[in-house]
Design a protein around this ligand. Structure first.
Ligand SMILES: *Cc1c(COP(=O)(O)O)cnc(C)c1O
Length: 401
């Protein structure tokens, strides 16, 4: 049986472009908090497909909504209206406190759209092109040329220069460093309220409020990238709601569709009105199939009190990870909020993650030294205990080596 897995991995390595160091798993189904490989081996999933499967795997109500839409209509193009797209936009606008929504096929495209909208708003307001954007060190916003331009990891950007111009990077959680970069040409500040890929760093209250005030005083558009930290992940529908500030544009993806590829950017009326017909577009974006999923996701979040569960399980996870931190000296820091937490180690975490995998636990890193915990948002105490049990065994093993 092992050889069947090896066979598929060998085939994959011949045909797929090598942009990922994949785990040696061939998965074929999921149920709730668990994934199964083609041999039927069961894995507890604390990754949810990088924060996507908020409702867990193979949810009956969610699946039925998709099956129903498949039989009705999958796609129309954006030259027509469809009810799923209208309803999904209403629910997203209401949950995010924004007025207008544009659906995309991914998070990256949501960031692209947000940047374009901020530039267009600046152009309309000042008559000038070249609006500058301030992003944050360690930020992750995607891999396309535009989204990569505002991604804060130099190693990701360097081989692809020249990227879009006019982007500067401030130090996250250092308000003075943002202040220093602002000038008359600044059109937007983009940031994740909780940095995800960069290593799970929540924004400090003073920082995020200070950035909002700076943007207000200078007429600068504030973009919150909530692609990873949004959709209930931190215990409120959007992470910014913990901070009592509001962005002008928000980006959303990952758990927005809970498995179907969909993203969105949403904006206030004033900012959104800068776009006119012809300024932006997408063939697939927001088609009735994916927006039927989005619409159902919002309904299920509400009927199942997902954010309350995240608060409850998140607190328990926080306590348990803190206990690990005090017990193992190789754990140097513990950060996060809700079901978006990270443990930073004084050593690379690759071996620990591989050991966990062998013992039936799926974890991912965020950078070389941070293990990131992003379970489906239906996780309960029981799952946290199961995860901590396996992780403890892995850490004991790491201690011995
Ligand atoms: C994952 C992610 C993106 C990119 O989304 P894709 O769907 O992979 O294109 C952008 N921003 C943040 C904060 C993310 O976590």
């Amino acid at each position: 049986m092992m050889s069947l897995i090896k066979h598929y991995i060998d085939e994959a390595n011949k045909v797929l472009i090598h942009t990922y160091n994949r785990y040696p798993l061939v998965l074929d189904r999921g149920e709730g908090m668990y994934l199964y490989d083609i041999n039927g081996k069961k894995y507890l999933d604390f990754t949810s497909g990088i924060g996507v499967f908020a409702l867990g795997y193979n949810d009956e109500e969610y699946n039925q909504a998709l099956k129903k839409q498949i039989d009705l209509l999958l796609h129309t193009s954006n030259y027509f209206y469809t009810i799923p797209a209208i309803e999904a936009a209403q629910k997203l606008a209401k949950a995010s406190g924004m007025d207008r929504v544009f659906f995309t096929n991914s998070g990256t495209e949501a960031v692209e759209g947000a940047i374009k909208l901020a530039r267009k708003y600046y152009y309309k307001k000042t008559g000038k092109t070249g609006g500058e954007i301030i992003s944050m060190e360690r930020a992750f916003h995607g891999r396309s040329m535009g989204a990569l331009s505002v991604t804060g990891t130099k190693k990701y950007r360097d081989p692809f220069e020249p990227l879009i111009g006019g982007v500067k990077f401030a130090e996250f959680n250092n308000l003075d460093s943002v202040k220093d970069l602002i000038n008359d040409n600044t059109c937007a500040v983009i940031m994740e309220p909780v940095q995800g890929e960069g290593g799970i760093y929540p924004a400090a209250q003073d920082f995020i409020r200070g950035v909002r005030e700076l943007c207000d005083s200078k007429g600068i558009v504030l973009i919150f990238d909530e692609i990873q930290c949004g959709m209930g992940r931190t215990g409120s529908m959007y992470a910014y709601q913990h901070y009592n500030v509001k962005p002008d544009i928000i980006t959303c993806a990952k758990a927005l569709g809970c498995g179907v590829p969909v993203g969105a950017f949403a904006a206030t009326e004033e900012i959104a009105s800068a776009f006119e017909p012809g300024d932006h577009g997408t063939t697939y974006g927001g088609n009735p199939f994916v927006t039927a999923a989005v619409s159902k996701v919002f309904d299920l979040f509400e009927s199942r009190n997902i954010t309350e569960n995240v608060q409850k399980t998140g607190q328990y996870l926080y306590k348990k990870l803190n206990e690990l931190k005090s017990k193992y000296s190789i754990i140097s820091d513990h950060r996060g909020i809700g079901l978006m937490q990270g443990l930073e180690f004084s050593v690379p975490v690759k071996d620990i993650i591989n050991d966990a995998l062998e013992m039936g636990l799926i974890l991912i890193s965020a950078g070389a030294n941070v293990i990131r915990f992003l379970p489906p948002l239906i996780a309960g105490k029981y799952h946290v205990d199961e995860m901590i049990g396996i992780l403890t065994d892995c850490l004991d093993k790491a201690k011995k080596n």
